[in-house]
Write a protein that binds this ligand. Structure first.
Ligand code: NAD
Ligand code: WQD
Length: 338
């Protein structure tokens, strides 16, 4: 059985679906601080399979110990975490406490119960700003520009140190680039609370009429059209990467390995606007605003290592990402609040 922490969230719910389809048994632990159990109800509906759900905080060692005692867990995928970059600047202690304690508690409880395999949600945000593209796993990390980024950087250090101390432990660190899209059924997707921080959910909400226009954060970057370029990856591809990581962890030598999970291709903000307008048949009005502090001109992944070692290659293109994001948004204009 696989324990999926944060499994009710955006990436977690899509991964639970893939795990169930792949024949794994799943138990989700989530405190629902940024999600609804409705996502898991829909995962069950799509797959016709059941999963176990425990409402608990991953920082609560006693509760986690009970989960490990009750279920026969052979591996963990650790999604649980707070993820809003701007909020992390306002509430750094909350971010360090939640994101680091959850990793520490998990490692302690895994040790107590003899569980040896973990996949961790890291982020491209751990890379320093002064690298050249594409980013490969050897590129410089650190010098993060916000507390959220530091929590991912520090969690990576914690997992590496734990693997050195316990040579029987296997940890797979996945550095995601920009996850977007939704399951093609339109039943599960991204349901941000309040004003979306990320581009694609913001664009979706403009297209559906919930927001008037998009503000493009700068059009004077050194990129083809002057707007920021990122590596957007379909959440379906990203979810599948977790299955590759789980099966890799079942076969590999113990230790800590890190992989970029992206497409290797960059798209600009205006590319996204155009692709979304095409997919939705709606206009996405936008205004050019100032640059957002901390943003880089261009970020995209080197994907060779994930391809060679995990056997992972993305399948979805930008058109499909926008089509599925729109399918979810138009069918669920208010997300899981129906
Ligand atoms: P999400 O907020 O939808 O999912 C995270 C889930 O974790 C939520 O369901 C939330 O309720 C839960 N959670 C948070 N703290 C918890 C705790 N202490 N105990 C139990 N549950 C807790 O976010 P997501 O986009 O699905 O991201 C999943 C993971 O991937 C996060 O760790 C995030 O930092 C990382 N990540 C996300 C992105 C992205 O752009 N979405 C990019 C890189 C990395
Ligand atoms: C994408 C592009 C913006 C919103 C963030 C985190 C990173 C990771 C993924 C978790 C940029 C532009 C955005 C808007 C805009 N998350 N933009 N108007 O910044 O690449 O990465 O999410 O680990 O840590 O930093 O993603 O979606 O915020 O921005 O013009 O309203 O869209 O400037 O060029 P980003 P994003």
């Amino acid at each position: 059985m696989i324990l999926v922490t944060g499994g009710a969230g955006f990436i977690g719910s899509h991964t639970c679906l893939k795990l169930l389809e792949g024949g794994y048994e799943v138990v989700v632990v989530d405190n629902l601080s940024n999600s609804h159990t409705e996502s898991l109800e829909r995962v069950k509906k799509i797959t016709g399979k059941d999963l176990a759900f425990v409402k608990a905080d991953c920082c609560d060692e006693k509760a986690m110990d009970e989960v490990f005692s009750k279920y026969n867990i052979d591996g963990v995928i650790h999604f649980a975490g707070l993820k809003a970059v701007g909020e992390s600047v306002q509430k750094p202690l909350e971010y360090f406490s939640n994101n680091l304690n959850s990793s520490l508690v998990l490692l302690r409880v895994m040790k107590a119960h003899g569980v040896k395999r973990l996949v961790f949600s890291s982020s491209a945000t751990v890379y320093s700003a002064d690298n050249t593209m594409p980013l490969n796993e050897e590129c410089k990390t650190g010098n993060c520009t916000n507390p959220y980024g530091w929590t991912k950087y520090m969690s990576e250090q914690i997992f590496r140190a734990a693997c050195v101390a316990d040579p029987s432990l296997t940890v797979v660190l996945l550095r995601y680039f920009n996850p977007v899209g939704a399951h093609p059924s339109g039943l599960i997707g991204e349901d941000p609370k309040g004003i979306p921080n990320n581009l694609m959910p913001y664009v979706s909400q403009v297209a559906v009429g919930k927001r008037e226009y998009l503000t493009v954060f700068g059009d004077d970057y050194d990129t083809e059209d002057g707007t920021g370029v990122r590596d957007y990856i379909h959440v379906e591809d990203l979810a599948r990467a977790h299955l590759c990581a789980v099966s890799y962890s079942e076969k590999s030598e113990p230790g800590c390995e890190v992989f970029n999970i992206g497409t290797g291709k960059g798209s600009s903000v205006l590319d996204i606007v155009k692709a979304f307008e095409k997919a939705s048949g709606r206009k996405v009005p936008y205004k050019i605003g100032p640059r957002r502090a901390g943003d880089l001109a261009t970020v995209y992944a080197g994907t060779e290592k994930a391809e060679k070692v995990l056997g992972f290659k993305t399948e979805y293109n930008l058109e499909q990402m926008c089509r599925d994001a729109w399918n979810w948004q138009s069918k669920n204009p208010d997300g899981y609040n129906k």
